[in-house]
Design a protein around this ligand. Structure first.
Ligand SMILES: Cc1cc2nc3c(=O)[nH]c(=O)nc-3n(C[C@H](O)[C@H](O)[C@H](O)COP(=O)(O)OP(=O)(O)OC[C@H]3O[C@@H](n4cnc5c(N)ncnc54)[C@H](O)[C@@H]3O)c2cc1C
Ligand SMILES: NC(=O)c1ccc[n+]([C@@H]2O[C@H](COP(=O)([O-])OP(=O)(O)OC[C@H]3O[C@@H](n4cnc5c(N)ncnc54)[C@H](O)[C@@H]3O)[C@@H](O)[C@H]2O)c1
Length: 453
Protein backbone atom coordinates (compact mmCIF):
# COMPACT_ATOMS: atom_id res chain seq x y z
CA UNK A 1 0.00 0.00 0.00
CA UNK A 2 1.18 3.51 -0.82
CA UNK A 3 1.98 5.65 2.27
CA UNK A 4 0.79 8.83 0.53
CA UNK A 5 -2.53 7.67 -0.89
CA UNK A 6 -4.61 6.14 1.89
CA UNK A 7 -6.35 2.90 0.98
CA UNK A 8 -10.11 3.22 1.04
CA UNK A 9 -12.41 0.79 2.81
CA UNK A 10 -16.02 0.78 4.00
CA UNK A 11 -14.95 -0.21 7.49
CA UNK A 12 -11.69 -0.25 9.43
CA UNK A 13 -11.59 -2.55 12.46
CA UNK A 14 -8.88 -1.81 15.04
CA UNK A 15 -8.11 -4.97 17.02
CA UNK A 16 -8.42 -8.63 16.03
CA UNK A 17 -9.81 -10.07 19.28
CA UNK A 18 -13.31 -11.37 20.04
CA UNK A 19 -15.15 -8.14 19.18
CA UNK A 20 -13.00 -7.01 16.25
CA UNK A 21 -13.08 -10.35 14.42
CA UNK A 22 -16.83 -10.77 14.96
CA UNK A 23 -17.44 -7.27 13.62
CA UNK A 24 -15.15 -7.73 10.61
CA UNK A 25 -16.70 -11.06 9.62
CA UNK A 26 -20.25 -9.81 10.00
CA UNK A 27 -19.63 -6.59 8.05
CA UNK A 28 -17.85 -8.48 5.26
CA UNK A 29 -20.76 -10.93 5.21
CA UNK A 30 -23.03 -7.98 4.46
CA UNK A 31 -20.75 -7.00 1.57
CA UNK A 32 -18.62 -4.28 3.22
CA UNK A 33 -14.95 -3.87 2.21
CA UNK A 34 -13.16 -4.35 5.52
CA UNK A 35 -9.60 -3.79 6.80
CA UNK A 36 -8.56 -5.28 10.16
CA UNK A 37 -5.50 -4.16 12.12
CA UNK A 38 -4.04 -6.54 14.68
CA UNK A 39 -0.39 -6.38 15.85
CA UNK A 40 -0.52 -9.63 17.83
CA UNK A 41 -2.07 -13.06 17.52
CA UNK A 42 -5.52 -13.35 15.97
CA UNK A 43 -8.20 -13.92 18.59
CA UNK A 44 -6.82 -11.39 21.08
CA UNK A 45 -7.12 -11.97 24.80
CA UNK A 46 -9.75 -14.71 24.82
CA UNK A 47 -8.02 -17.09 22.44
CA UNK A 48 -4.42 -16.46 23.45
CA UNK A 49 -4.25 -15.37 27.10
CA UNK A 50 -7.82 -15.65 28.35
CA UNK A 51 -10.87 -17.91 28.11
CA UNK A 52 -9.35 -20.63 25.95
CA UNK A 53 -5.98 -21.42 27.61
CA UNK A 54 -7.64 -20.76 30.99
CA UNK A 55 -10.38 -23.30 30.27
CA UNK A 56 -7.73 -25.77 29.10
CA UNK A 57 -5.93 -25.45 32.44
CA UNK A 58 -9.26 -25.66 34.27
CA UNK A 59 -10.02 -28.90 32.43
CA UNK A 60 -6.58 -30.26 33.34
CA UNK A 61 -7.27 -29.52 37.02
CA UNK A 62 -10.72 -31.10 36.65
CA UNK A 63 -9.17 -34.28 35.23
CA UNK A 64 -6.66 -34.32 38.11
CA UNK A 65 -9.56 -34.10 40.58
CA UNK A 66 -11.41 -36.92 38.83
CA UNK A 67 -8.31 -39.12 38.93
CA UNK A 68 -8.26 -38.65 42.70
CA UNK A 69 -11.98 -39.48 42.85
CA UNK A 70 -11.42 -42.52 40.63
CA UNK A 71 -8.79 -43.83 43.01
CA UNK A 72 -11.14 -43.35 45.96
CA UNK A 73 -13.86 -45.24 44.08
CA UNK A 74 -11.74 -48.30 43.42
CA UNK A 75 -10.04 -47.65 40.10
CA UNK A 76 -6.43 -48.83 40.26
CA UNK A 77 -5.00 -45.48 39.14
CA UNK A 78 -2.25 -43.57 40.85
CA UNK A 79 -2.76 -39.84 40.33
CA UNK A 80 0.52 -38.32 39.22
CA UNK A 81 1.43 -34.65 38.78
CA UNK A 82 0.57 -33.15 35.40
CA UNK A 83 3.36 -33.09 32.86
CA UNK A 84 2.86 -29.40 31.96
CA UNK A 85 4.99 -29.33 28.77
CA UNK A 86 3.05 -32.34 27.44
CA UNK A 87 -0.31 -30.77 28.28
CA UNK A 88 0.74 -27.43 26.81
CA UNK A 89 1.45 -29.12 23.48
CA UNK A 90 -2.24 -30.06 23.39
CA UNK A 91 -3.33 -26.60 24.58
CA UNK A 92 -1.24 -24.79 21.97
CA UNK A 93 -2.33 -27.11 19.18
CA UNK A 94 -5.94 -26.33 20.01
CA UNK A 95 -5.17 -22.60 19.89
CA UNK A 96 -3.21 -22.89 16.63
CA UNK A 97 -6.25 -24.56 15.05
CA UNK A 98 -8.32 -21.52 16.04
CA UNK A 99 -5.71 -19.20 14.46
CA UNK A 100 -5.73 -21.27 11.26
CA UNK A 101 -9.51 -21.18 11.12
CA UNK A 102 -9.51 -17.38 11.53
CA UNK A 103 -6.87 -16.96 8.82
CA UNK A 104 -8.88 -19.12 6.42
CA UNK A 105 -12.13 -17.28 7.14
CA UNK A 106 -10.45 -13.86 6.81
CA UNK A 107 -9.06 -14.89 3.42
CA UNK A 108 -12.40 -16.26 2.26
CA UNK A 109 -14.18 -13.09 3.39
CA UNK A 110 -11.65 -10.90 1.52
CA UNK A 111 -10.79 -8.95 4.67
CA UNK A 112 -7.47 -7.06 4.43
CA UNK A 113 -5.43 -7.91 7.55
CA UNK A 114 -2.59 -5.59 8.59
CA UNK A 115 -0.28 -6.87 11.35
CA UNK A 116 0.16 -3.53 13.06
CA UNK A 117 -0.93 -1.25 15.86
CA UNK A 118 -3.12 1.55 14.59
CA UNK A 119 -3.67 5.10 15.71
CA UNK A 120 -6.07 7.77 14.56
CA UNK A 121 -4.94 10.55 12.23
CA UNK A 122 -8.43 12.02 12.04
CA UNK A 123 -12.01 10.75 12.38
CA UNK A 124 -11.82 8.76 9.14
CA UNK A 125 -8.12 7.94 8.85
CA UNK A 126 -5.91 5.54 10.80
CA UNK A 127 -2.20 4.99 10.45
CA UNK A 128 -0.16 1.79 10.87
CA UNK A 129 3.29 1.67 12.48
CA UNK A 130 4.80 1.62 8.96
CA UNK A 131 3.13 4.94 8.13
CA UNK A 132 0.55 3.30 5.86
CA UNK A 133 -2.74 5.17 6.07
CA UNK A 134 -6.23 3.74 5.67
CA UNK A 135 -9.47 5.68 5.27
CA UNK A 136 -13.06 4.64 5.82
CA UNK A 137 -16.36 6.33 6.63
CA UNK A 138 -16.74 3.91 9.55
CA UNK A 139 -14.21 2.73 12.12
CA UNK A 140 -14.71 0.12 14.85
CA UNK A 141 -12.47 0.31 17.92
CA UNK A 142 -12.04 -3.13 19.52
CA UNK A 143 -8.65 -2.93 21.20
CA UNK A 144 -9.61 -4.67 24.46
CA UNK A 145 -7.58 -4.37 27.63
CA UNK A 146 -4.57 -5.70 29.47
CA UNK A 147 -3.87 -6.86 33.04
CA UNK A 148 -2.61 -4.35 35.58
CA UNK A 149 -0.22 -4.89 38.46
CA UNK A 150 -0.79 -3.16 41.77
CA UNK A 151 1.14 0.07 42.19
CA UNK A 152 3.26 -1.06 45.17
CA UNK A 153 7.03 -1.27 45.65
CA UNK A 154 8.35 -4.57 44.30
CA UNK A 155 5.31 -5.16 42.06
CA UNK A 156 7.67 -6.12 39.22
CA UNK A 157 8.50 -9.29 41.21
CA UNK A 158 5.00 -10.57 40.51
CA UNK A 159 3.33 -11.61 37.26
CA UNK A 160 -0.14 -11.22 35.74
CA UNK A 161 -2.44 -13.63 33.92
CA UNK A 162 -0.50 -13.16 30.65
CA UNK A 163 2.61 -14.43 32.46
CA UNK A 164 0.75 -17.38 33.93
CA UNK A 165 0.15 -18.70 30.40
CA UNK A 166 3.94 -18.79 29.87
CA UNK A 167 4.48 -21.10 32.86
CA UNK A 168 5.85 -24.52 32.02
CA UNK A 169 5.53 -26.07 35.50
CA UNK A 170 3.44 -25.61 38.63
CA UNK A 171 5.29 -23.59 41.27
CA UNK A 172 5.23 -25.25 44.68
CA UNK A 173 3.79 -22.23 46.50
CA UNK A 174 1.81 -19.49 44.75
CA UNK A 175 0.40 -16.22 46.09
CA UNK A 176 -2.47 -14.57 44.22
CA UNK A 177 -3.63 -11.02 44.94
CA UNK A 178 -7.26 -10.24 44.08
CA UNK A 179 -10.69 -11.81 44.49
CA UNK A 180 -12.28 -11.41 41.06
CA UNK A 181 -12.80 -13.91 38.25
CA UNK A 182 -9.13 -14.39 37.46
CA UNK A 183 -7.89 -14.70 41.06
CA UNK A 184 -10.56 -17.26 41.91
CA UNK A 185 -10.12 -19.24 38.69
CA UNK A 186 -6.31 -19.39 38.87
CA UNK A 187 -6.39 -20.25 42.59
CA UNK A 188 -8.72 -23.19 41.98
CA UNK A 189 -6.89 -24.63 39.03
CA UNK A 190 -3.40 -24.20 40.48
CA UNK A 191 -4.40 -25.88 43.74
CA UNK A 192 -6.04 -28.64 41.68
CA UNK A 193 -2.80 -29.13 39.77
CA UNK A 194 -0.75 -29.53 42.92
CA UNK A 195 0.45 -26.05 43.96
CA UNK A 196 -0.21 -24.71 47.44
CA UNK A 197 -2.13 -21.49 46.90
CA UNK A 198 -2.64 -18.45 49.15
CA UNK A 199 -5.08 -15.73 48.05
CA UNK A 200 -4.73 -12.19 49.40
CA UNK A 201 -8.03 -10.31 49.35
CA UNK A 202 -8.35 -6.65 50.31
CA UNK A 203 -12.09 -7.03 51.05
CA UNK A 204 -14.01 -9.56 53.11
CA UNK A 205 -15.30 -11.87 50.36
CA UNK A 206 -14.56 -13.48 47.02
CA UNK A 207 -16.27 -12.37 43.81
CA UNK A 208 -18.00 -9.14 44.75
CA UNK A 209 -21.10 -8.87 42.57
CA UNK A 210 -21.94 -12.56 42.89
CA UNK A 211 -24.43 -14.03 45.37
CA UNK A 212 -23.00 -13.84 48.89
CA UNK A 213 -24.18 -17.26 50.04
CA UNK A 214 -22.61 -18.93 47.02
CA UNK A 215 -19.31 -17.11 47.34
CA UNK A 216 -19.17 -17.87 51.08
CA UNK A 217 -19.67 -21.54 50.28
CA UNK A 218 -17.04 -21.37 47.54
CA UNK A 219 -14.62 -19.90 50.10
CA UNK A 220 -15.40 -22.86 52.37
CA UNK A 221 -14.81 -25.30 49.49
CA UNK A 222 -11.50 -23.63 48.72
CA UNK A 223 -10.43 -23.88 52.37
CA UNK A 224 -11.27 -27.60 52.37
CA UNK A 225 -9.11 -28.02 49.27
CA UNK A 226 -6.21 -26.41 51.13
CA UNK A 227 -6.31 -22.92 49.61
CA UNK A 228 -5.49 -20.32 52.24
CA UNK A 229 -7.66 -17.22 51.97
CA UNK A 230 -6.40 -14.02 53.63
CA UNK A 231 -9.33 -11.57 53.79
CA UNK A 232 -9.04 -7.88 54.72
CA UNK A 233 -5.39 -7.98 53.71
CA UNK A 234 -3.92 -4.93 52.02
CA UNK A 235 -0.62 -5.49 50.26
CA UNK A 236 1.86 -2.67 50.89
CA UNK A 237 4.97 -4.07 49.18
CA UNK A 238 6.50 -7.15 47.60
CA UNK A 239 9.94 -8.20 48.80
CA UNK A 240 12.41 -10.61 47.24
CA UNK A 241 13.46 -13.64 49.28
CA UNK A 242 16.06 -15.70 47.42
CA UNK A 243 14.31 -17.05 44.32
CA UNK A 244 10.94 -16.30 45.87
CA UNK A 245 8.91 -13.40 47.25
CA UNK A 246 7.09 -12.33 50.39
CA UNK A 247 4.17 -9.93 50.67
CA UNK A 248 4.32 -7.17 53.24
CA UNK A 249 0.93 -6.11 54.56
CA UNK A 250 -0.07 -2.59 55.53
CA UNK A 251 0.23 -3.67 59.17
CA UNK A 252 3.93 -4.43 58.50
CA UNK A 253 3.49 -8.20 58.74
CA UNK A 254 5.47 -10.31 56.30
CA UNK A 255 3.84 -13.32 54.62
CA UNK A 256 5.28 -16.79 54.06
CA UNK A 257 7.68 -17.17 51.16
CA UNK A 258 6.17 -17.95 47.73
CA UNK A 259 7.83 -19.31 44.61
CA UNK A 260 5.52 -17.22 42.43
CA UNK A 261 3.15 -14.29 42.81
CA UNK A 262 0.31 -13.33 40.48
CA UNK A 263 -1.61 -10.07 40.50
CA UNK A 264 -5.23 -10.58 39.47
CA UNK A 265 -6.17 -7.03 40.31
CA UNK A 266 -8.17 -6.05 37.27
CA UNK A 267 -7.55 -4.86 33.72
CA UNK A 268 -7.13 -1.51 31.98
CA UNK A 269 -8.42 -0.58 28.51
CA UNK A 270 -5.98 -0.31 25.58
CA UNK A 271 -6.84 3.26 24.63
CA UNK A 272 -3.60 5.29 24.95
CA UNK A 273 -1.88 4.11 21.76
CA UNK A 274 -4.94 4.95 19.66
CA UNK A 275 -4.35 8.71 19.90
CA UNK A 276 -8.09 9.14 20.21
CA UNK A 277 -7.70 12.91 20.60
CA UNK A 278 -6.83 13.13 16.88
CA UNK A 279 -10.37 11.97 16.12
CA UNK A 280 -11.99 13.66 19.11
CA UNK A 281 -13.24 10.38 20.62
CA UNK A 282 -14.21 10.73 24.28
CA UNK A 283 -13.14 8.31 27.02
CA UNK A 284 -14.34 7.92 30.60
CA UNK A 285 -12.11 8.41 33.65
CA UNK A 286 -10.89 4.82 33.45
CA UNK A 287 -9.83 5.21 29.80
CA UNK A 288 -12.76 3.22 28.35
CA UNK A 289 -14.19 4.54 25.10
CA UNK A 290 -17.61 5.95 25.95
CA UNK A 291 -20.43 4.50 23.82
CA UNK A 292 -24.20 4.83 23.75
CA UNK A 293 -26.68 1.94 23.48
CA UNK A 294 -25.85 1.71 19.73
CA UNK A 295 -22.15 1.30 20.54
CA UNK A 296 -21.57 4.65 18.86
CA UNK A 297 -18.93 6.99 20.27
CA UNK A 298 -19.38 10.77 20.41
CA UNK A 299 -17.85 10.99 16.89
CA UNK A 300 -20.01 10.20 13.86
CA UNK A 301 -18.91 6.99 12.15
CA UNK A 302 -16.71 5.76 15.02
CA UNK A 303 -17.96 2.83 17.10
CA UNK A 304 -16.50 0.65 19.85
CA UNK A 305 -17.25 -2.79 21.29
CA UNK A 306 -15.77 -5.17 23.85
CA UNK A 307 -13.41 -4.54 26.74
CA UNK A 308 -12.41 -1.10 25.44
CA UNK A 309 -15.96 0.02 26.35
CA UNK A 310 -17.65 -0.04 29.78
CA UNK A 311 -19.68 -3.16 28.75
CA UNK A 312 -19.19 -6.29 30.90
CA UNK A 313 -15.76 -7.59 29.84
CA UNK A 314 -16.87 -10.98 28.51
CA UNK A 315 -16.18 -12.50 25.10
CA UNK A 316 -19.81 -13.27 24.17
CA UNK A 317 -20.76 -9.67 25.03
CA UNK A 318 -18.08 -8.29 22.68
CA UNK A 319 -19.18 -10.67 19.92
CA UNK A 320 -22.90 -9.99 20.34
CA UNK A 321 -22.34 -6.21 20.40
CA UNK A 322 -20.20 -6.34 17.23
CA UNK A 323 -22.61 -8.54 15.30
CA UNK A 324 -25.65 -6.45 16.18
CA UNK A 325 -23.78 -3.27 15.30
CA UNK A 326 -22.81 -4.57 11.84
CA UNK A 327 -26.31 -5.91 11.23
CA UNK A 328 -27.60 -2.39 11.89
CA UNK A 329 -24.90 -0.59 9.87
CA UNK A 330 -24.91 -2.88 6.84
CA UNK A 331 -27.85 -5.28 7.17
CA UNK A 332 -30.84 -3.04 7.79
CA UNK A 333 -31.47 -4.48 11.27
CA UNK A 334 -32.52 -2.39 14.26
CA UNK A 335 -31.89 -4.66 17.28
CA UNK A 336 -29.61 -3.37 20.02
CA UNK A 337 -27.58 -5.51 22.43
CA UNK A 338 -29.78 -6.21 25.45
CA UNK A 339 -27.40 -5.68 28.35
CA UNK A 340 -29.77 -7.33 30.84
CA UNK A 341 -29.83 -11.04 31.62
CA UNK A 342 -26.23 -11.70 30.57
CA UNK A 343 -25.25 -15.10 31.97
CA UNK A 344 -21.73 -15.56 33.27
CA UNK A 345 -19.67 -18.39 34.75
CA UNK A 346 -16.62 -18.28 36.98
CA UNK A 347 -14.52 -21.35 36.28
CA UNK A 348 -13.71 -22.00 39.88
CA UNK A 349 -13.53 -25.53 41.31
CA UNK A 350 -16.49 -26.04 41.49
CA UNK A 351 -17.80 -23.41 39.05
CA UNK A 352 -20.27 -20.63 39.82
CA UNK A 353 -22.84 -19.46 37.27
CA UNK A 354 -25.24 -16.58 37.52
CA UNK A 355 -27.81 -14.81 35.42
CA UNK A 356 -30.05 -11.93 36.40
CA UNK A 357 -30.27 -10.21 39.76
CA UNK A 358 -28.60 -11.33 42.96
CA UNK A 359 -30.84 -11.58 46.01
CA UNK A 360 -29.43 -8.29 47.28
CA UNK A 361 -30.02 -6.50 43.95
CA UNK A 362 -33.58 -7.87 43.75
CA UNK A 363 -34.33 -6.57 47.25
CA UNK A 364 -33.00 -3.14 46.27
CA UNK A 365 -34.99 -3.04 43.02
CA UNK A 366 -38.25 -4.72 44.07
CA UNK A 367 -38.35 -4.27 47.86
CA UNK A 368 -37.95 -6.96 50.53
CA UNK A 369 -41.56 -8.14 50.60
CA UNK A 370 -41.71 -8.82 46.86
CA UNK A 371 -38.62 -11.03 46.84
CA UNK A 372 -38.85 -14.81 47.36
CA UNK A 373 -35.72 -16.94 47.49
CA UNK A 374 -35.55 -20.72 46.92
CA UNK A 375 -32.48 -22.83 47.65
CA UNK A 376 -31.23 -26.34 47.04
CA UNK A 377 -28.10 -27.49 48.85
CA UNK A 378 -26.93 -31.00 48.02
CA UNK A 379 -23.96 -33.25 47.39
CA UNK A 380 -23.62 -34.25 43.72
CA UNK A 381 -23.86 -38.01 43.29
CA UNK A 382 -20.24 -38.59 42.26
CA UNK A 383 -18.97 -36.81 45.36
CA UNK A 384 -21.47 -38.60 47.59
CA UNK A 385 -20.35 -41.94 46.14
CA UNK A 386 -16.73 -41.08 46.89
CA UNK A 387 -17.71 -39.63 50.27
CA UNK A 388 -16.03 -36.34 49.40
CA UNK A 389 -17.58 -33.33 51.16
CA UNK A 390 -17.94 -31.08 48.05
CA UNK A 391 -21.46 -29.64 47.96
CA UNK A 392 -23.54 -27.66 45.49
CA UNK A 393 -25.77 -24.70 46.27
CA UNK A 394 -28.41 -23.54 43.77
CA UNK A 395 -30.56 -20.46 44.36
CA UNK A 396 -33.54 -18.93 42.59
CA UNK A 397 -34.51 -15.31 43.17
CA UNK A 398 -38.17 -14.68 42.33
CA UNK A 399 -40.36 -11.58 42.59
CA UNK A 400 -44.05 -10.87 42.95
CA UNK A 401 -47.10 -13.03 43.55
CA UNK A 402 -46.44 -14.93 40.33
CA UNK A 403 -42.86 -15.65 41.46
CA UNK A 404 -41.22 -14.40 38.26
CA UNK A 405 -37.66 -15.69 38.17
CA UNK A 406 -35.26 -12.71 38.11
CA UNK A 407 -32.06 -14.42 39.23
CA UNK A 408 -30.52 -17.90 38.94
CA UNK A 409 -27.36 -18.64 40.91
CA UNK A 410 -25.65 -22.00 40.72
CA UNK A 411 -22.52 -23.18 42.48
CA UNK A 412 -21.42 -26.75 42.04
CA UNK A 413 -20.37 -29.43 39.65
CA UNK A 414 -21.66 -28.80 36.10
CA UNK A 415 -23.07 -25.35 36.98
CA UNK A 416 -21.09 -24.03 33.99
CA UNK A 417 -22.96 -26.29 31.58
CA UNK A 418 -26.37 -26.16 33.29
CA UNK A 419 -26.80 -22.39 33.30
CA UNK A 420 -27.08 -21.63 29.57
CA UNK A 421 -30.51 -23.21 29.04
CA UNK A 422 -31.96 -21.68 32.17
CA UNK A 423 -30.60 -18.29 31.05
CA UNK A 424 -32.81 -18.59 27.95
CA UNK A 425 -35.78 -19.35 30.20
CA UNK A 426 -35.06 -16.39 32.50
CA UNK A 427 -34.87 -14.06 29.53
CA UNK A 428 -38.27 -15.33 28.35
CA UNK A 429 -39.74 -14.24 31.70
CA UNK A 430 -40.52 -17.61 33.27
CA UNK A 431 -42.07 -18.08 36.71
CA UNK A 432 -41.37 -20.59 39.44
CA UNK A 433 -44.48 -22.52 38.33
CA UNK A 434 -43.04 -22.84 34.81
CA UNK A 435 -39.99 -24.51 36.33
CA UNK A 436 -42.10 -26.73 38.57
CA UNK A 437 -44.29 -27.70 35.59
CA UNK A 438 -41.21 -29.06 33.82
CA UNK A 439 -40.57 -32.75 34.41
CA UNK A 440 -37.18 -33.31 36.01
CA UNK A 441 -34.31 -35.26 34.47
CA UNK A 442 -33.20 -37.78 37.08
CA UNK A 443 -30.66 -38.26 38.54
CA UNK A 444 -28.86 -35.02 37.70
CA UNK A 445 -27.78 -31.86 39.45
CA UNK A 446 -29.81 -29.80 36.95
CA UNK A 447 -33.10 -31.29 38.17
CA UNK A 448 -32.63 -29.39 41.44
CA UNK A 449 -33.50 -26.18 39.56
CA UNK A 450 -37.01 -27.45 38.69
CA UNK A 451 -37.59 -29.18 42.01
CA UNK A 452 -37.05 -26.21 44.34
CA UNK A 453 -39.64 -25.79 47.07
C1 LIG B 1 -7.36 -14.80 32.06
C2 LIG B 1 -8.66 -14.39 31.41
C3 LIG B 1 -9.68 -15.32 31.32
C4 LIG B 1 -10.88 -14.96 30.72
N1 LIG B 1 -11.87 -15.90 30.68
C5 LIG B 1 -13.05 -15.59 30.09
C6 LIG B 1 -14.07 -16.57 30.00
O1 LIG B 1 -13.92 -17.70 30.44
N2 LIG B 1 -15.23 -16.21 29.40
C7 LIG B 1 -15.43 -14.95 28.90
O2 LIG B 1 -16.51 -14.68 28.36
N3 LIG B 1 -14.47 -14.00 28.98
C8 LIG B 1 -13.29 -14.29 29.57
N4 LIG B 1 -12.30 -13.35 29.63
C9 LIG B 1 -12.56 -12.01 29.08
C10 LIG B 1 -12.40 -12.00 27.55
O3 LIG B 1 -11.13 -12.51 27.20
C11 LIG B 1 -12.55 -10.57 27.03
O4 LIG B 1 -13.78 -10.03 27.47
C12 LIG B 1 -12.51 -10.52 25.50
O5 LIG B 1 -11.31 -11.06 25.01
C13 LIG B 1 -12.68 -9.08 25.02
O6 LIG B 1 -12.61 -9.03 23.62
P1 LIG B 1 -12.15 -7.69 22.88
O7 LIG B 1 -12.31 -7.96 21.43
O8 LIG B 1 -12.84 -6.54 23.46
O9 LIG B 1 -10.62 -7.52 23.24
P2 LIG B 1 -9.36 -8.48 23.06
O10 LIG B 1 -9.77 -9.89 22.90
O11 LIG B 1 -8.45 -8.13 24.17
O12 LIG B 1 -8.74 -8.03 21.67
C14 LIG B 1 -8.20 -6.76 21.47
C15 LIG B 1 -7.14 -6.84 20.40
O13 LIG B 1 -6.78 -5.51 20.03
C16 LIG B 1 -5.39 -5.48 19.74
N5 LIG B 1 -4.95 -4.09 19.88
C17 LIG B 1 -4.72 -3.37 21.01
N6 LIG B 1 -4.35 -2.10 20.71
C18 LIG B 1 -4.36 -2.00 19.36
C19 LIG B 1 -4.09 -0.95 18.44
N7 LIG B 1 -3.74 0.27 18.83
N8 LIG B 1 -4.19 -1.23 17.11
C20 LIG B 1 -4.56 -2.46 16.67
N9 LIG B 1 -4.84 -3.48 17.50
C21 LIG B 1 -4.74 -3.26 18.83
C22 LIG B 1 -4.78 -6.43 20.76
O14 LIG B 1 -3.53 -6.92 20.30
C23 LIG B 1 -5.85 -7.51 20.87
O15 LIG B 1 -5.57 -8.63 20.04
C24 LIG B 1 -11.07 -13.67 30.20
C25 LIG B 1 -10.03 -12.73 30.26
C26 LIG B 1 -8.84 -13.09 30.85
C27 LIG B 1 -7.72 -12.09 30.91
N1 LIG C 1 -15.01 -16.79 33.39
C1 LIG C 1 -15.06 -15.60 32.84
O1 LIG C 1 -16.00 -15.25 32.15
C2 LIG C 1 -13.93 -14.65 33.06
C3 LIG C 1 -12.72 -15.10 33.54
C4 LIG C 1 -11.70 -14.19 33.73
C5 LIG C 1 -11.91 -12.87 33.46
N2 LIG C 1 -13.11 -12.47 32.98
C6 LIG C 1 -13.38 -11.06 32.72
O2 LIG C 1 -12.21 -10.30 32.84
C7 LIG C 1 -12.40 -9.26 33.78
C8 LIG C 1 -11.13 -9.01 34.51
O3 LIG C 1 -10.89 -10.04 35.47
P1 LIG C 1 -10.10 -9.73 36.82
O4 LIG C 1 -10.22 -10.90 37.72
O5 LIG C 1 -8.76 -9.22 36.49
O6 LIG C 1 -10.87 -8.48 37.34
P2 LIG C 1 -12.06 -8.32 38.37
O7 LIG C 1 -12.51 -6.93 38.21
O8 LIG C 1 -13.05 -9.42 38.27
O9 LIG C 1 -11.33 -8.49 39.77
C9 LIG C 1 -10.29 -7.67 40.19
C10 LIG C 1 -10.01 -7.99 41.65
O10 LIG C 1 -8.85 -7.29 42.05
C11 LIG C 1 -9.11 -6.62 43.26
N3 LIG C 1 -8.24 -5.44 43.30
C12 LIG C 1 -8.21 -4.41 42.43
N4 LIG C 1 -7.26 -3.52 42.80
C13 LIG C 1 -6.69 -4.04 43.92
C14 LIG C 1 -5.68 -3.59 44.78
N5 LIG C 1 -5.03 -2.45 44.57
N6 LIG C 1 -5.35 -4.36 45.84
C15 LIG C 1 -5.98 -5.54 46.06
N7 LIG C 1 -6.96 -6.01 45.29
C16 LIG C 1 -7.31 -5.27 44.23
C17 LIG C 1 -10.60 -6.30 43.22
O11 LIG C 1 -11.10 -6.08 44.51
C18 LIG C 1 -11.13 -7.57 42.59
O12 LIG C 1 -11.30 -8.58 43.55
C19 LIG C 1 -13.53 -9.71 34.66
O13 LIG C 1 -14.28 -8.62 35.15
C20 LIG C 1 -14.35 -10.60 33.78
O14 LIG C 1 -15.42 -9.91 33.20
C21 LIG C 1 -14.12 -13.33 32.78
Amino acid sequence: MNAHAPSEFDLIVIGGGSGGLAGAFRAAGHGARVALLEPGLLGGTCVNVGCVPKKAMWLAADVAGRLRLAQTLGFPVTPAPLDWPEFIVHRERYIENIHASYRRRLDEAGIAVLPSYAHFVDAHTVECESGTRLRAPRILIATGGRPQRMAVPGAELGGVSDDFFQWRAAPERVAIVGAGYIAVELAGLLQGLGSRVDVFVRGDRLLRGFDHELTAQLAEEYRQQGIRLHFDHTVAAIERDGQGVRLRGFDGALSDRFDALLFATGRVPNSERLQLHNAGVATDVGGHVAVDERHATNVDGIFAVGDITPDPPLTPVAIAAARRLMDRLYGGATALLDRTGIPTVVFSHPPIGQVGLTEMEARQVHGDTAVHVYRAGFRPMLYALADVPQRSLFKLVCVGDDRRVVGIHLMGEAADEILQGFAVALKRGITLDDLRDTVAIHPTSAEEVVLMR
